[in-house]
Design a protein around this ligand. Structure first.
Ligand code: NAD
Ligand code: GLY
Length: 357
């Protein structure tokens, strides 16, 4: 079993990682929380697979479980769903000490976290991520949000969980496509921070896609360690945390212009990472061999690397300028300098951007 500690002073917490660790959920929660109750937020898919096991463990540890289900899908990461959860919390007489526990992927985690951050001005929050993307990225670091009809993650907060429990065996029921999508964020960590990890992924990608237990444990542990180090340095993204957005500027535009339905988030990020690598090569930051290494690992993970030709490049540019991270219409990109190090480049010119699209 692996553990990663995120040191954020009074907001510090531990990420517990292991096969079958859901069996220790009650015990782990019981060590931190004294509340007699827990509100578990999930969706019907995840509830059907892991809801009973999670509830049994929590009840064994003495918690009364209040189960709150929202339908499955990105479109339910909304203020309307948050309102339903507030209603359930209010009817269930949740108090300030009652933790909200997110059992599911990034959609459930972001929504439940947003509710935990805002209900009664903040109640304790537990993440039990069940997708690869959620285990390596969204459950860690405290970004919580719901979507606005006109933009993704527009309404949100930084709100850290007090505990993260990542059961690697839960990944066994994910579709191959979801595993591949999560792998994009894993490859991202190699490019932005750790050449050794990138090389190890090159050597182990086939085993990873087959969910080899040891390989998975290393993937989730190293990814969380890298994310933890970045978040510790810059919790609220005043500077360095932006490196975690490598691939996301183009990725978000691809997602938005295809109606959030054609690509999984990780697939769009893979397209964005490859695009940023092409921009870096055009700008003379990296050479062709390194750019090709990034593209080829993404391809071996079964991920797309090309911006779909059907997307109008002017609309792409306009969409990127609407991104919530853009200040005064100036586009900032995270560009690789070598594998394992990136640079945040502000005010990137249109010729450079076009070279990536
Ligand atoms: P998701 O939550 O929609 O999950 C994908 C699908 O897998 C869903 O149908 C879900 O019900 C199902 N599922 C979940 N666990 C399963 C399991 N163990 N077995 C079988 N099916 C399972 O998608 P996601 O990729 O996990 O998360 C995407 C969301 O995360 C987006 O909303 C994105 O904005 C957000 N995100 C947030 C952050 C952050 O830092 N907060 C980072 C990256 C992404
Ligand atoms: N997923 C990007 C971040 O957490 O900052």
């Amino acid at each position: 079993m692996g553990r990663v500690f995120i040191d954020l002073g009074p907001r510090s917490y531990t990420i517990h990682i292991g096969q079958g660790i859901l069996g220790s959920l009650g015990e782990l929660a019981g060590q931190i929380f004294r509340s007699p109750r827990i509100m578990v937020v999930t969706n019907p898919t995840v509830n059907g697979l892991y809801g009973k096991a999670a509830a049994r463990q929590l009840e064994k540890a003495g918690f009364e479980v209040l189960l709150a289900e929202i339908p499955d899908g990105e479109e339910y990461k909304s203020l309307a769903s948050a309102e339903k959860l507030y209603d359930m919390a209010y009817s269930g007489e949740l108090d300030r000490k009652t933790p909200v526990l997110a059992l599911g992927g990034g959609v459930v985690g972001d929504l439940a976290g947003f509710v935990a951050a805002t209900y009664l001005r903040g109640v304790p929050f537990i993440q039990v991520p069940t997708t690869l993307l959620a285990q390596v990225d969204s459950s860690v670091g405290g970004k919580v949000a719901v979507n606005h009809p006109r933009g993704k993650n527009i309404i949100g907060a930084f709100y850290q969980p007090s505990l993260v429990v990542a059961d690697l065996s839960a990944l066994g029921t994910l579709s191959e496509r979801e595993i591949r999508a999560g792998m994009a964020e894993v490859i991202k960590y190699g490019v932005i921070e750790d050449e050794g990890f990138f090389q190890w992924l090159e050597d182990n990608m086939e085993k990873a896609l087959k969910l080899d237990p040891e390989v998975l444990e290393r993937i989730v542990t190293v990814s969380c360690r890298i994310k933890a180090a970045v978040v510790q340095e810059d919790e609220t993204e005043q500077g360095r945390r932006a490196i975690l957005n490598y691939g996301h500027t183009v990725g978000h535009a691809v997602e938005a212009l295809t109606g959030y339905s054609l690509y999984r988030h990780g697939e769009a990020v893979a397209i964005g990472m490859a695009a940023a690598a092409r921009m870096a090569e055009y700008s003379g930051l990296i050479g062709a061999p390194e750019r090709k290494r990034i593209e080829s690992l993404l391809l071996r993970a079964g991920l797309p690397v090309a911006v779909p030709p059907s997307l109008d490049r002017r609309e792409m540019m306009a969409s990127m300028k609407r991104d919530k991270k853009v200040v005064s219409s100036r586009l900032t990109f995270v560009l690789p300098e070598v594998i394992g190090r990136v640079r945040i480049v502000r005010d990137v010119g249109e010729d450079i951007i076009n070279s990536g699209l």
